[in-house]
Design a protein. Structure first.
Length: 172
C-alpha cells in the first residue's frame, strides 16, 4: 500500500490546500493530511482541534484521505506511519528555496522517503492561510478561497469581540 503524507500548519485549510489534497489522493492508496503540532503555545489563529475538525469536514468526500497531527521530525512521523511519500504544494518560485531545503534535509536523514511537489493551480497561486486570515480580519472577501465550513468558522472567529485586538504578529 502506497501511503503519502501531506503535512502543514493548515491554519486554516484553504482551497489551495484542497486542490493539492484532491490531486494527491489520486496518486497514493492512502493520503494522511497531518497538522503540525506547534510547541509554541497560542501559536496561530485556530487550535489544533479546530484545524483537524475543519480538515475532516472538508475532506469527508475523499475516501482514502485521513486527517492526523504530528510533532517532531516529519520524516520520523512518516516512517512511523509507513509512508514513503511526502507531498508538498508549490505556488510560485518563491516557495522553492525553502521547500527544496526541507526536502533535501529530509532526504538526507531518511533516503527511503521521497518528497514530491504538486504545482498549485494558477487560480490559487496567490493564496495562503495568512492572506485568508488578513482578509477575514479586515472584512475582505475570502469566500471563494476556503471550503464552506472554514468560511463559517472564520466568520465566528472574527465576529467575537475577544479577537478584535489581534495583531499582525498573531496573523501568520
Ligand atoms: O504549512 P507549513 O507551515 O508550510 O508546513 C511546514 C511543515 C509542517 C511541513 C514543516 O514545518 C515541518 O515539516 N515541520 C516538522 C519539523 C521537521 O521535520 N523539520 C525538518 C525539515 S527542516
Amino acid at each position: 500500500m502506497k501511503i503519502g503524507i501531506y503535512p502543514g500548519s493548515f491554519d486554516p485549510v484553504t482551497n489551495g490546500h484542497m486542490d493539492i489534497i484532491e490531486r494527491a489522493s489520486h496518486l497514493v492508496d492512502k493520503l494522511i493530511v497531518s497538522v503540525l503540532i506547534n510547541p509554541r503555545k497560542n501559536a496561530g489563529l485556530f487550535s489544533l482541534g479546530e484545524r483537524i475538525d475543519m480538515l475532516k469536514e472538508a475532506t469527508s468526500h475523499l475516501a482514502n484521505v485521513e486527517i492526523d497531527s504530528f510533532s517532531g521530525l516529519l520524516v520520523n512521523y512518516a516512517k512511523y506511519k509507513g509512508a514513503s511519500i511526502i507531498v508538498r504544494g508549490l505556488r510560485a518560485v518563491t516557495d522553492l528555496e525553502h521547500e527544496m531545503q526541507m526536502a533535501q534535509i529530509n532526504k538526507n536523514i531518511t533516503p527511503e522517503v521521497e518528497t514530491i511537489f504538486l504545482v498549485t493551480r494558477a487560480q490559487y497561486s496567490f493564496l495562503s492561510s495568512s492572506a485568508v486570515k488578513e482578509l477575514a480580519l479586515f472584512q475582505g472577501d475570502y469566500h471563494d478561497l476556503v471550503p464552506y465550513n472554514v468560511k463559517d468558522k472564520l466568520k465566528d472567529k472574527f465576529n467575537k469581540e475577544d479577537v478584535k485586538w489581534i495583531t499582525a504578529d498573531a496573523v501568520k
